[in-house]
Ligand binder design. Sequence first.
Ligand code: SF4
Ligand code: SF4
Length: 329
Amino acid sequence: MSKPKVAFYWCASCGGCEEAILDLNEGILDVVAAVDIVFWPVAIDTKYADIEAMPDGSIDVCFINGAIRMDDQEHAVKLLRRKSKAVIAFGSCAHLGGIPGLSNLTDRVATLSRAYLEVPSLDNPNGVVPQKVTEVDGGELTLPGFWNRVLRLDEVIAVDYYLPGCPPQPDTISAAVQAILTGDLPPAGTVLSPGRNMCHECSRQASKPEKLKIAEIKRIHQVLVDPDECFLAKGVVCLGLATRSGCGEKCMSANMPCRGCYGPTDGIVDQGAAFLSAFAALLGPGDRPDLGEVVASFDDIAGTVYRFSLPASLAHRGNLMKNKGEPTP
Ligand code: SF4
Ligand code: SF4
């Protein structure tokens, strides 16, 4: 029997998801022995033309990481969708928009301006900003169009399964690969990690407070937190309240709070709203006289509670951000 054909592709992301595959360590040898990798631009020399020449549906599983913001990304994922029986959104950016999705707090022009004209470390004396078409001696140079908004993968193509995480942890990947190889897969649309929230698997859970008596919200560098102490007890925001488990409490074991990369639990659409709702309940009754000061001490609320999921938020889904411009070039 021939081996399953597998492809990997990379859109708007940092490259960490590609590294995560290598983090399987020697386990990657089992993967390579069990599947036929037909496309993986970061690791093997295959071309788009090779994929275009394949019959539709001839790739068994395609893992795509990264959000979608450019014309070439849209073209590649639509091609891979056509050629693949199953597509897996691999990692936070493909799943929920991820860190690149925070750019949806602003628009395309402001994003390019910040990156090419304002960042203090820039060396761009002529103020060059990338354009889709540039006239040069002898012709035109073109770049892929840069969209006004960052989209989740499933806003552009149909997605069969989601592997959460920034990046997905080796156990999450191994379990998914095993399920694919054996055909023991849950219904389409499933996120391949447990559906309960992080607090259920956190070794600090015993010290999680019923009510928060904090006077202000602190950042992790401002306090000392004991290795078995819930971060919330010290007033440090921990997204574990509203984050899917399955990473093996990766951050807490390094004495850092959960920042939410595994996304919302089953049945929750808006991870940031779910966190704020649970956090407000812990803060106590609205008549607490100092509540305004506590809330005012919460720096960068959107960047904290939607760090990985802004393009999946209700504000994005409801197009409330459209006043920042059109969603495509
Ligand atoms: S809030 Fe964070 S530290 Fe506290 S129990 Fe939940 S995951 Fe653990
Ligand atoms: S603890 Fe939270 S932020 Fe850290 S890897 Fe796990 S899900 Fe991601």
